[in-house]
Design a protein around this ligand. Structure first.
Ligand code: NAD
Length: 451
């Protein structure tokens, strides 16, 4: 009913950010006729001039291949959605300080769309939202154009579950969860994704259940990392390596799956894990219920940058170095491996705490935009690894991009007895032995010594 039976479906993607660009490029690569609509004229100009600001493995090539083939266009003109059979909404959905949804991007996108929406179109929201948002915010705004949802146009919620750094692969392999406004919308949204990506689709019987699945994904990840982080602190009290404990604990079956404790780290960042558990907490609080695991996970993980900085400071002191005359090279500024995304990155907290103690901090990340990094960290990033690490008393690896995987530590121009701070439990025991043989000291979160 809301999905024409012809080949060459036309798709509009509203919001050409990290998620929208990955989806639009993938669909164009699969032969669909795609238009990406974004209100940021600089972003559109950059793309038209052949520059892609997103450092996602394979994405720039895919975008420009689609544009060159004429299957992908980008524009600021919302009227271009009118020609589409399927309209995907992938705008940002940040939260305010109190955990409530800052829905201005979503409202503006829906208002814009309501002026062009036409009979037979299928609208699919992919942005992460608190339960009830598709029905209570998106639907009335779309209907303000005079058409009725579920009757004249289809409306579905199919959350985006990809993670940056591995986004294009995950888009093509992860199952898609689909909830719709009525049976026709749900069925057609499921059929669209099966056709579009040939992935498994899991139909759910309401918009709200699909909205909650996405929140459950990130609530679980954040809480699981919080468990790993507190386990790391606990192991450190006993001089035990948390990685030994996690890999042994993860060997038994539990319920229908297996114990699956994730890894400790310098903290959790990015635009999703840092906000989605608060969406859960806030949605429940408004109904008078406290969801303690959501807020506890957030608080544990938000404390990790400070803990990491303390590890560094403690180790500098142990080596008889005064923080006020020490240099720390922070490698990897992005919130995780293999992305240039600086949103809510935990490295800011580490750098701030080190500077507070008087440390001279150098920063380096080949994936991040240097102008944005300078704005955020208040210092120009080094241009090379050698520049960043010259005379360093500590090399703090906080995101291990592919570019850092083969660092030749024997060649770094660091100070004597330099500390390698492993911010995400990257290094194996063999690698740690090798670092020690080269004259480095090593500390990792939960990798042996307590604070
Ligand atoms: P983003 O900020 O990178 O992109 C949002 C884009 O929407 C921006 O380019 C912005 O200019 C554009 N925009 C804002 N208002 C608009 C409007 N009215 N019309 C057209 N364009 C408009 O955000 P993102 O990281 O791509 O996230 C998008 C959504 O997907 C969010 O809900 C997020 O929670 C969710 N999500 C993100 C990820 C991730 O890894 N980044 C993963 C899964 C889900």
């Amino acid at each position: 009913r809301f999905l024409p039976d012809r080949e060459n479906l036309k798709v509009a993607v509203i919001g050409f950010g990290y998620v929208g660009s990955c989806i639009a490029a993938t669909l164009a690569d699969r032969g669909f006729d795609v238009v990406g609509v974004d209100t940021d004229p600089r972003l559109i100009d950059e793309l038209q001039a052949g520059h892609c600001r997103f450092h996602e493995h394979g994405l720039p090539e895919m975008i420009f291949r689609g544009m060159a083939a004429g299957r992908l266009r980008v524009t600021t003109d919302a009227a271009e959605t009118a020609g589409a059979d399927v309209v995907l909404i992938t705008v940002g959905t940040p939260i305010r300080d109190d955990g409530s949804l800052a829905d201005d991007q979503l409202r503006a996108a829906c208002q814009g769309l309501s002026r062009h929406i036409r009979r037979g179109q299928l609208v699919v929201l992919k942005s992460t939202v608190p339960p009830g948002t598709t029905r209570d915010v998106v639907l009335p705004l779309l209907e303000s154009g005079g058409l009725t949802g579920g009757v004249d146009f289809g409306l579905a919620f199919t959350p985006e579950r990809l993670a940056e750094g591995t986004a294009l692969h995950e888009l093509r392999t992860f199952p898609i969860v689909a909830g719709g406004l009525g049976e026709d919308s749900a069925r057609d949204a499921a059929a669209f994704w099966r056709r579009a990506l040939e992935v498994q689709v899991i139909p759910l019987d309401s918009l709200e259940s699909a909205e909650i699945v996405k929140l459950a994904d990130n609530w679980w990840i954040d809480l699981n990392i919080a468990l790993a982080n507190e386990l790391a602190k606990f192991c450190a009290l006993y001089g035990v390596d948390v990685l030994d404990v996690i890999s042994a604990a993860n060997t038994i079956p539990k319920g229908k799956g297996k114990v699956n404790i994730l890894l400790p780290s310098v903290g959790v960042g990015g635009s999703c894990l840092t906000k989605d558990p608060w969406m859960v907490w806030r949605s429940a609080r408004r109904r008078g219920v406290d969801i303690l695991t959501a807020s506890a996970g957030r608080e544990v993980n938000a404390g990790m940058p400070e803990y990491t900085a303390e590890l560094i400071l403690k180790e500098l002191a142990r080596a008889g170095k005064d923080p006020a005359s020490s240099k720390v090279a922070v490698l990897g500024l992005a919130f995780k491996n293999n992305t240039g995304d600086l949103r809510a990155t935990p490295t800011v907290g580490v750098v701030t705490a080190l500077r507070r103690a008087g440390v001279d901090v150098r920063i380096f990340d080949p994936l991040v935009d240097p102008v944005r990094a300078e704005d955020l960290f208040g210092t120009k990033p080094a241009e090379t690894l050698a520049e960043a690490t010259r005379g360093a008393d500590c090399v703090a690896l906080l995101a291990l991009h592919r570019e850092f995987q083969d660092i030749d530590f024997s060649m770094l121009p660091v100070a004597d007895t330099c500390l390698v701070l492993d911010g995400r439990a990257y290094y194996s025991k063999e690698k740690i032995d090798e670092l020690r043989r080269l004259g480095y000291r090593y500390r990792g979160i939960g990798r042996g010594d307590s604070l």
